[in-house]
Design a protein around this ligand. Structure first.
Ligand SMILES: Nc1ncnc2c1ncn2[C@@H]1O[C@H](COP(=O)(O)OP(=O)(O)OP(=O)(O)O)[C@@H](O)[C@H]1O
Ligand SMILES: [Mg+2]
Length: 383
């Protein structure tokens, strides 16, 4: 009956949904195999591609089938402890061509299926000479960094909650926008509205660059977005929209949605390598636990990042202040000093190097120097 119908319609593709029905009708494995071979020859004769769907009710037959067909693609569907389910597929074989191995994530949603091919960073070496570094626009901050952030490197901003990680990342984004470059800011734990409000409070108006498409602000629910989808999104912005600066704020929020820490490191490694090859400036923020005292981050990303900036609160003259220092910079020289910085309604200010600090790395720095060296409030600033 199937044969007659195929002859009548002369389709380019036939889908058999599913093999378990044929298996059931055939009654014994030998007959089943014969029928599938007959089907295969018939379809080949008719010049028609056959898609056989198997719901994997009978595992034993699997391997038998694999040898008969040209290609085998296996779909998986996993429910995580928390968050949306994840789907992925893997190509087991595809005769006569090389294919990308490993798991590729996909989502099924209104409008169809979207596949996110696994990223292989080394395929994306673009070999362009690196352009000039990205300067923040704050002279003291650029000096601290030994001349801004280099293209094709990643920077980790580490510090306790409220220390100003998102704001410093935004400062670099604003500097890139001012130079006419495009930027992507992915926010995991703040809503777009809060982020825009804080930015406006610091004198940065994001509406216009967002409306013109120069700045892409993506608010992402880490529980809903699969790692593959995040990578896919970043890639699209880099390749189609020519984004030159990418901020992921913060990885702490994202990490909670990951099945395992190891997974997060592999994903970030692949993504950062890709972005570096593309000459993008990547800024990651990571919240450290505990506002003061000994600090820890939930995942160690320092070895993946080319530059690490450390933000700290400190106390002096009865006020809470903020200090910034560079822990490392792979691409060159940087200052070893600690500088104070302040956030106010006109943006960020960074002061001169302060030598008299103790215990910055421990998380409770003590400033033992002259109070006159510290930054004072600007006339219309608050903090
Ligand atoms: N307009 C402003 N004037 C003065 N201080 C401000 C202003 N805007 C923000 N701040 C300070 O900056 C802090 C928030 O900075 P930011 O959101 O960049 O920190 P964060 O390290 O990203 O925090 P989180 O870990 O919560 O994301 C506020 O707690 C506030 O102290
Ligand atoms: Mg933040």
């Amino acid at each position: 009956m199937t044969f007659d119908e195929v002859k009548r319609v002369a389709p380019a593709r036939v889908v058999f949904d599913s093999l378990s029905e044929i298996r059931l009708l055939a009654q014994n494995p030998l007959r089943y195999r014969r029928q599938v071979i007959a089907l295969k020859h018939f379809l080949a004769q008719e010049g028609c591609t056959g898609l056989l769907l198997d719901d994997l009710t009978d595992d034993a037959d699997d391997l038998n089938m694999h040898s008969l067909v040209h290609g085998v693609i296996r779909l998986e569907h996993n429910a995580l402890q928390y968050g949306a389910e994840r789907r992925r597929l893997r190509i087991f074989k595809m005769r006569g061509r090389s294919f990308r191995g490993g798991f590729h994530e996909f989502v099924i949603r209104k409008g169809g299926i979207i596949l996110f091919p696994r990223l292989i960073a080394s395929e994306h070496l673009d070999g362009k000479p690196l352009a000039e570094p990205l300067l923040s626009g704050i002279g003291e901050l650029d000096q601290l960094l030994g001349n801004g952030l280099d293209r094709g490197t990643s920077t980790l901003l580490m510090g306790p909650s409220g220390s100003g990680k998102s704001s410093i990342a935004m400062q670099f984004v604003m500097a890139a926008l001012a130079r006419g470059e495009r930027a992507l800011f992915v926010t995991f734990d703040e809503t777009k509205a809060i982020l825009m409000k804080r930015a406006a409070g610091m004198g940065w108006h994001l509406d216009r660059p967002i409306a013109s498409g120069q700045l892409v602000l993506e608010q992402v629910d880490p529980a809903e977005l699969s790692p593959g989808e995040l990578t896919g999104m970043v890639r699209r912005r880099v390749e189609a929209d020519n984004v030159r600066v990418v901020v992921l704020d913060s990885l702490s929020g994202y990490q909670n949605a990951m099945p395992a820490e190891q997974f997060m490191l592999l994903l970030m490694h692949e993504m950062l390598t890709y972005l570096n090859h593309r000459g993008v400036v990547t800024i990651l923020t990571l919240a450290q636990h505990g506002l003061i005292g000994s600090m820890q981050s939930s995942v160690d990303l320092t070895y993946l990042s080319d530059t690490v900036l450390l933000l700290r609160f400190f106390e002096a003259a009865g006020k809470i202040r903020r200090a910034i220092s560079v822990l490392k910079k792979r691409t060159g020289r940087h200052e070893d000093e600690i500088r104070e910085y302040r956030l106010d309604n006109r943006g960020i200010r960074v002061g001169p190097p302060l030598a008299e600090f103790q215990g910055v790395l421990s998380g409770s720095p003590i400033y033992t120097g002259q109070h006159g060296a510290l930054l004072t409030a600007r006339s219309n600033g608050h903090s």
